[in-house]
Design a protein around this ligand. Sequence first.
Ligand SMILES: Nc1ncnc2c1ncn2[C@@H]1O[C@H](COP(=O)(O)OP(=O)(O)OP(=O)(O)O)[C@@H](O)[C@H]1O
Ligand SMILES: Nc1ncnc2c1ncn2[C@@H]1O[C@H](COP(=O)(O)OP(=O)(O)OP(=O)(O)O)[C@@H](O)[C@H]1O
Ligand SMILES: [Mg+2]
Ligand SMILES: [Mg+2]
Lengths: 265, 265
Amino acid sequence: KTRIIAISSQKGGVGKTTTVVNLAAWLALLDNRVLVVDFDPQGSTSRCMGLSPNKLTHGGLLEMFRCGALELLKQEQIEPYIYKTMIKNLHLLPSNITSTEDEIWLSQQAVEDPELLKNAVDLAIGQFDFILIDAPPSLSALPRMALAAADSILVPLQCEEMALGTMPRLLGLIRDLQKSSNRWLQIEGILMTMFDPSIGYSRRLLEQAKSHFQGLLFDAVIPRDPRLSEAIAAHRPVVLYDMNSPGSLAYRSLAQHLQQKYRAE
Amino acid sequence: KTRIIAISSQKGGVGKTTTVVNLAAWLALLDNRVLVVDFDPQGSTSRCMGLSPNKLTHGGLLEMFRCGALELLKQEQIEPYIYKTMIKNLHLLPSNITSTEDEIWLSQQAVEDPELLKNAVDLAIGQFDFILIDAPPSLSALPRMALAAADSILVPLQCEEMALGTMPRLLGLIRDLQKSSNRWLQIEGILMTMFDPSIGYSRRLLEQAKSHFQGLLFDAVIPRDPRLSEAIAAHRPVVLYDMNSPGSLAYRSLAQHLQQKYRAE
Ligand SMILES: Nc1ncnc2c1ncn2[C@@H]1O[C@H](COP(=O)(O)OP(=O)(O)OP(=O)(O)O)[C@@H](O)[C@H]1O
Ligand SMILES: Nc1ncnc2c1ncn2[C@@H]1O[C@H](COP(=O)(O)OP(=O)(O)OP(=O)(O)O)[C@@H](O)[C@H]1O
Ligand SMILES: [Mg+2]
Ligand SMILES: [Mg+2]
C-alpha cells in the first residue's frame, strides 16, 4: 500500500524542502516508486528537482486546483499532472504558481474545496510506494489540506529555539484533524535538522527535544552540512552531488528506516 | 516624519524576525521611538520580545482585524492595540493568533478589507520615528498587505541558493504594487544574512548578489553568529544579551545607516 507523508512545519527555513528532495531521492535509489507533491507556492522543491515553476506548460498544482475535487474523482490517472525527474522511480507534481493572485486563489480553494488534494493523491495510490508532500511554512489552509490528505506527518525540527516555539500550535492542529477530517493521521516522527555539535546551544536543544518529545524523534539526526546547500545550488539531490557527505548519509538512514517500516515484506 | 519599513521575504528562515527584533532594539537604543508590528501569525517576533501570543488579553492583530479598516479610521490612538517592551522607546503590536481558523480568517480579511493595516499604522504616525513590520514567509495576502502599508521594503537575503531563487517573484510583486495600491513603495535595501566567510558557496553567493542587485545591498552584512540564536533563546534582543557580538554590531551599523538617512536633521 502507498504511504502518504506530509513534511510540515509552521517555522520557515527548517529543512522541509531539503528533506523532501533528499529523502525522496534516497527512497527512489533504494528501489521504491516515489511521487513528490510540491504543495508550496514558493516552488523550491520543483526548482531543486530541475522543474522551474514558470517553465511548466501543463499539469502541476494550478491545473489540479482548476480541475476541482469533484472532477478529480472522475479521473483515472495522475499522469496529466506529474513530471518525470532526473531519477528513475521518482516523479514530481510541481508547484507552478507564478503570481500573488494565483497564490491567494489557491488558499481560497483550499478552504472551499477541501477534498481537492486527497482526491488527486488517491489517483496515485497503488502506482507509488511513497508520496511525499512539501507543505508551506504556515498553519493556514494549504498546510491543513496537506495534513488532511496524508497518512502521517514528518516534522523537521531545526536545532533552534524559534523552531521549538512553533511546535505547540502544530501539535494542536494535528489533534484537531485527528478529531475531524483525518482520524487516522499519525506523527511519522520529528526529524532534527541542521544539528551542529560544535555549538553549545545546538547540543542543548537536541537534548531538550529528546526529553520533550520522547519517542517521537527519528534516530537519524541531520547534521549541518554545506554539501546539502551546494547540491541545491547545483539543482540536484545530494545523492547525485556528494553521496557520502554527512547530510546525505543521514538522509539515507532515514530512507532505510521508512523502507523497513513500510515495505519489509 | 515616521518611516514605515516592511521586512519581507517569500523564503522562510532567512532572518526576518531576527532582523526586526535586533534592528528595532538598536534603533530604540539610539534614541528613536520605534513600533514593531508582528504581522506573522507565527508570532515569533512577539515571543522574542517577551509577549507570548497565547497570554495576551487585549489588542494585537486579532483585535485590530476585528475592528476593521472603517472603524480604525474613526479611532484616534494606536494605544489599545500595542504593548510596552523591555526597552524604553520600543513598543510592539503583537501577533495573538492561536488557531488555524483565526489564521485563515486573517488572510481572508486581508483580501476583503485591504486598507486595514494602513489605517492602523496611520494611527501611529507622528508618535514613532520608525515602524517595522515583520511579514510572514509567503507572497500571499498578508505580505501583500504589509507592502501596501509600507514606505519601503527591507529584504533579508540569506546566503543560500534557495533564498536567491525566490527573489524574482518578490521583485515582481513590488513592481505590481508600485503600479497599483502603493505607488511610493521603495526598496529600502537587500540585507545579506547568515554570511559565513569560511564556506565557499557562502562567499560565492555574496559576490553573486552584489553583482546581481548592484546598489540595492546594504553595506552592513549580517554574519552567521550563534549569539543571535542564543539571545532569541533567552527571549531578548542581542543588544541585551551580547552587545558586542559580530551579529549585534552588524545590526548596530544597519540601525546607524537608517538613523542617518531618515533622522539626520
Ligand atoms: N542540514 C543542513 N545543513 C546545512 N544547510 C541546510 C541543511 N538543511 C537545509 N539547509 C539549507 O538551509 C536553508 C533552508 O532549508 P529549506 O529551504 O530546505 O527549508 P524549508 O523548511 O523548506 O524552508 P521554507 O520554509 O522556506 O519552505 C536552505 O538554503 C538549505 O539549503
Ligand atoms: N545571522 C545569524 N546567525 C545565526 N543564526 C541566525 C542568524 N539570523 C537568524 N538566525 C537563526 O536562524 C533561524 C531563522 O531566523 P528567523 O527565524 O529570524 O528567520 P525568519 O525569516 O523570521 O523565519 P520565518 O520565515 O519562519 O519567519 C532562527 O532560529 C534564528 O535564531
Ligand atoms: Mg521549503
Ligand atoms: Mg520570522
